[in-house]
Ligand binder design. Structure first.
Ligand SMILES: Nc1ncnc2c1ncn2[C@@H]1O[C@H](COP(=O)(O)OP(=O)(O)OP(=O)(O)O)[C@@H](O)[C@H]1O
Ligand SMILES: [Mg+2]
Length: 656
């Protein structure tokens, strides 16, 4: 039955198509004939004189009469006179024959050329019908984003403004739009870091300042120059000396560091009271120790984590934090100390340098004459421990840029590859919105948008992505990620043609109807994103019109239909300048890096809690208030790492 239906459907539609094609064919044939005749007639009337036309008419008449009666008389009009000839005489008169040949050869030429013209016209008509028909097959873009070639995107960018010298795989972004941030997103191993390396090459060539978060040391390896650049990583030999007191001028600065070290987790499954309390205790304690000549992180940690609460209470006497460690709320104090213990344990990794020449991120950022780079590195195996400290450093740098004077010519790049490997940076969300005025250019690299949501919450993640104007999307293997990317790339408003065929037993019922419909289609579908080859990405450079030209309607029109393109990230060989990660010297007594790491891990797992309680005599007598700091020259403070043997140092690094 279904075969019979298919047979009928196929036959009916074929016959219908043949009938319709036949109609068009005859229509074109008639058009050809009509054009041939009209062209020939008009041309003959113009080209052949009236006398010649008259002669040809008489000649043709004589030919006709000659068939039946050669002596029939024909009248030839020439020069106003009428001559009478027999048909036979005229047809054999030499001058008449010559004249007839001349005129006929002229007419033959006209007919031949008219024929060629009418054939050409008919073919042109057939081709134009095909083109018109094809147009009905295609959908028409009304507005929105569409996928085009790199050349089209470059042309579009150049047509509405100046192209920047910063390029992503040869496609320039808009001049100055690096301050509107660049998002790089895609699954692992797709070439995100390679795309960032391309950017770093250009940032270096420009001489811009940069803060680079380098989780695995892969950027440090190629770009770190130990003569000029700064590296922060307590487990790295090249770490520049730093401590919290060099960064903080007043209570607000300590509060900021406290907020970065102890972020409020997204999701709200932790009581914010304990985190707020821990932040206050940390901030006030650090502020109190500011004027202590022998202040050290170790001493601060001893107060906060291991000393008797009475010692801490004495340190915080007469401050807003005193009630938080009051003997009346022992349980609350314990909860706050628990938060402090878990969030601050990594501070123990920082060497307590006594040198005066400590590095300050704020000072470095505020010095516009410096264009060296700050590398904040980590190591996968120790990343979880270092994460709060690294996040704090980045937060300080971001906040420092936002404290500068506004300057449209300044550029401070923040390369945040694998942003989601850091914890929530409290100042980062503000930075995405505001840092452009101060010259900050953020380049977040993400493997997965949903990880960002986990850390910054749904709205936070949305606003971060929303504030990145240039976007690079690599392959996303999952349906959710690819759908999200496809939505972020944008969609096109299309006018789509729909063709319907109807048929019936009577030919009157046969017909084709064509209708148009406005639909929205993604510029790049989720399937296309899922199937992007390795090292290929969709680049979205959002249009940006100069404010001075914003009233130009023609320019605005150009952005109504905006192209995005597919690019290939070429892998470039770069020289290795330095090791990505150099183990701290105090830990270098072991033979090989692998051996050391194994050793650290064994120490880490075997560390017992009772080992890390400092003896009470390691603590100083607490000061009464900030302005009455004792000169503690002969006090007993915990010894610095520098003075202990290597084995002890290794042990301490992993004690907490
Ligand atoms: N165009 C390319 N052609 C060939 N190999 C490439 C290309 N781009 C990058 N690679 C190589 O592919 C590997 C992965 O690239 P890359 O580190 O840039 O990926 P990624 O997206 O950053 O991955 P992850 O999310 O794991 O960090 C690297 O070894 C890199 O050298
Ligand atoms: Mg990478």
């Amino acid at each position: 039955m279904s075969n019979l239906k298919s047979f009928t459907r196929g036959g009916q539609t074929l016959l219908h198509n043949v009938r319709m094609a036949e109609q068009i064919f005859y229509w074109i044939l008639w058009l050809g004939i009509f054009s041939f005749l009209s062209i020939s007639i008009v041309w003959i009337l113009i080209q052949i004189t009236a006398e010649d036309r008259n002669f040809i008419f008489t000649w043709c008449l004589a030919k006709f009469f000659n068939i039946f009666n050669p002596n029939a008389i024909v009248n030839l009009k020439s020069h106003g006179e009428i001559y009478r000839f027999t048909a036979h005489y005229l047809l054999n008169y030499p001058n008449a024959i010559r004249n007839a040949h001349r005129i006929f050869s002229e007419v033959d030429g006209i007919l031949f050329i008219s024929f060629i013209i009418s054939i050409t016209l008919s073919c042109a008509m057939a081709i134009s019908l095909c083109i018109k028909g094809k147009r009905f097959e295609k959908s028409k873009l009304i507005s929105g984003r569409y996928l085009a070639s790199k050349r089209v995107v470059i042309k579009a960018i150049k047509s509405i403004g100046k192209a920047s010298d910063i390029k992503i795989s040869d496609v320039p972004i808009f001049k100055g739009s690096e301050r509107n941030h660049i998002l790089i997103n895609g699954t692992t191993g797709m070439g995100k870091s390679e795309a960032i390396r391309q950017l770093l090459d250009q940032i270096k060539a420009r001489g811009d300042k940069a803060v680079i978060y380098d989780k695995n040391g892969s950027f440090t390896e190629h770009y770190y120059n130990k003569e000029e650049d700064i590296l922060l990583n307590p487990l790295d030999e090249r770490c520049t000396p730093w401590n919290i007191w060099t960064e903080c001028q007043d209570a607000a600065d300590f509060d900021q560091i406290a907020a970065s070290l102890m972020p409020m987790p997204a999701g709200g499954n932790v009581d914010p009271h304990w985190i707020d309390g821990a932040r206050t205790v940390f901030s006030v304690s650090a502020l109190r120790m500011r004027k202590d000549k022998n202040k050290s992180l170790k001493k601060l940690l001893a107060y906060l984590l291991t000393a008797e609460t009475t010692q801490l209470r004495a340190l915080l006497k007469n401050t807003e934090a005193e009630t938080l460690v009051s003997e009346k709320i022992i349980k609350s104090t314990l909860s706050i100390k628990t938060v402090l213990a878990t969030k601050l344990k990594m501070l123990k990794h920082i060497k307590d340098n006594k040198t005066e020449d400590l590095f300050s991120i704020r000072d470095w950022i505020s010095d516009d004459t410096k264009n060296n780079w700050l590398f904040i590195t980590s190591k996968s195996s120790k990343h979880e421990t270092l994460k709060p400290l690294i996040s704090t450093w980045i937060d300080i740098a971001v906040n420092a840029v936002m404290s500068l004077e506004e300057n449209p010519d300044r550029r401070v790049w923040f390369i945040l590859d694998e942003l989601t490997s850091l914890h929530r940076l409290p100042y980062l969300m503000d930075a995405f919105a505001e840092i452009r005025k101060f010259g900050g250019c953020l380049v977040p690299g993400l493997q997965n948008y949903f990880q960002l949501q986990d850390i910054y919450g749904q709205n936070g993640a949305k606003s971060i992505v929303d504030l990145c104007n240039t976007r690079l999307f690599f392959r996303a293997p999952s349906a959710d990620s690819s759908k999200w990317m496809s939505r972020e790339i944008g969609q096109a408003d299309m006018l789509e043609m729909r063709e319907g065929v109807s048929y019936g037993a009577n030919t009157i019922r046969d017909g084709v109807n064509i209708s148009t419909q406005e639909v929205k289609r993604p510029a790049v579908s989720e399937t296309e994103i899922m199937n992007l080859p390795n090292f290929n990405a969709i680049l979205v450079v959002s249009p940006s019109i100069d404010a001075k030209k914003s009233s130009n309607e023609k320019l605005k029109d150009k952005t109504i239909k905006w192209p995005v393109c597919k690019i290939n990230i070429a892998c470039k060989k770069r020289e290795t300048k330095a090791k990505g990660y150099e183990i701290a010297q105090s830990l270098s007594s072991k033979d090989s890096l692998d051996g050391l790491i194994q050793y650290f891990e064994s120490v880490e797992t075997s560390a017992q809690p009772e080992n890390f309680t400092p003896s009470p005599d390691e603590l100083i007598e607490p000061v009464q208030n900030e302005f009455e700091v004792k000169e503690e020259s002969d006090e007993q403070v915990p010894e610095s790492h520098d003075n202990q043997d290597d084995a002890m140092n290794i042990k301490e690094v992993f004690e907490l």
